[in-house]
Design a protein around this ligand. Structure first.
Ligand SMILES: Cc1cc2nc3c(=O)[nH]c(=O)nc-3n(C[C@H](O)[C@H](O)[C@H](O)COP(=O)(O)OP(=O)(O)OC[C@H]3O[C@@H](n4cnc5c(N)ncnc54)[C@H](O)[C@@H]3O)c2cc1C
Length: 230
């Protein structure tokens, strides 16, 4: 249950792996039906379950979705992990560059993703390819190569890892375990699949949506249907 993302020019890619999940669509309807003390159900009436899940999502009855949880292993550039950590309802454990030397992995964007800076929306890039995309790509690559060379030199001279890591770029790959319930997962997806989100985190949101849809197909189907209608 692993999807590679950000296949970049130097052969380095990130990934997202579904390590474990608890619960399914039926757990959501069971939790919801406790509200009105309905019979314990075994999933024999899928039509009613689908309708209920859609109703819950549409009317923001969110708590039943908290009974389903997911743990992901994520390998992503540090700048993506930093955006991710703003989602406070997730639980995280990240590799420590104090404990261990980071490997040589870093992200270099593909030429087709190197566009120009947006002028209206200051946080975004445009869809127009930069005329010097290839040279920008080279500059990013070379800058990362030299940062990692300095990092290795510092470690070789006995500098502490916790200080040596300070020269590494935001493009360096890091790894984390991240656990979330389905309600807060959907909150993440709503924000991070949005066109205003950065491409490099959107691809993780897309990959996780596929993994989660296999566990809770009815909920994710209804979620995307309602999202498209907005
Ligand atoms: C396109 C985009 C651009 C962004 N730009 C920036 C930026 O420039 N700088 C920056 O710092 N961040 C930025 N963010 C991060 C953003 O401000 C949120 O921190 C992030 O999206 C997490 O959203 P969240 O708070 O809804 O998620 P979570 O932290 O998972 O929280 C989920 C929900 O729980 C509730 N909640 C959680 N914690 C609290 C709390 N302490 N108090 C009250 N309610 C709480 C809220 O209802 C919240 O919506 C950006 C996000 C996006 C999507």
């Amino acid at each position: 249950m692993k999807i590679d993302v950000l296949n970049c020019v130097n052969g380095q890619s990130g990934f997202v792996r579904l390590v474990k999940s608890t619960g399914n669509d039926l757990d959501i309807v069971r939790a919801a039906r406790v509200s009105y003390d309905a019979d314990w159900r075994t999933g024999e009436d899928e039509g009613a379950d689908r309708k209920l899940i859609r109703y819950l999502l549409k009317n923001h009855h969110t708590s039943p979705f908290e009974h389903v949880t997911f743990t992901f292993e994520v390998k992503a550039p540090i700048f993506v992990i930093r955006q991710w950590h703003r989602h406070r309802t997730w639980s995280y454990n990240e590799i420590s560059a104090r404990y261990t030397e980071l490997d040589e992995g870093y992200y270099v964007p593909r030429v087709e993703h190197i566009t120009t800076q947006h002028t209206d929306n200051k946080q975004m890039r445009t869809m127009i390819q930069h005329p010097e995309a290839e040279s920008i790509q080279n500059m990013i690559d070379h800058s990362c190569i030299s940062s990692f060379a300095v990092y290795r030199n510092l470690i070789a001279t006995g500098a502490p890892r916790e200080l040596a890591r300070g020269v590494l770029p935001l493009n360096a790959y890091s790894r984390m375990f991240a656990t979330v319930d389905l309600h807060n997962f959907m909150g993440f997806i709503r924000l991070r699949l949005h066109s205003h989100s950065q491409y490099e985190i959107r691809v993780y949101a897309e990959a996780m949506s596929k993994l989660v849809a296999e566990q809770v197909p009815v909920t994710m189907g209804a979620f995307f249907e309602l999202l498209e209608k907005k």
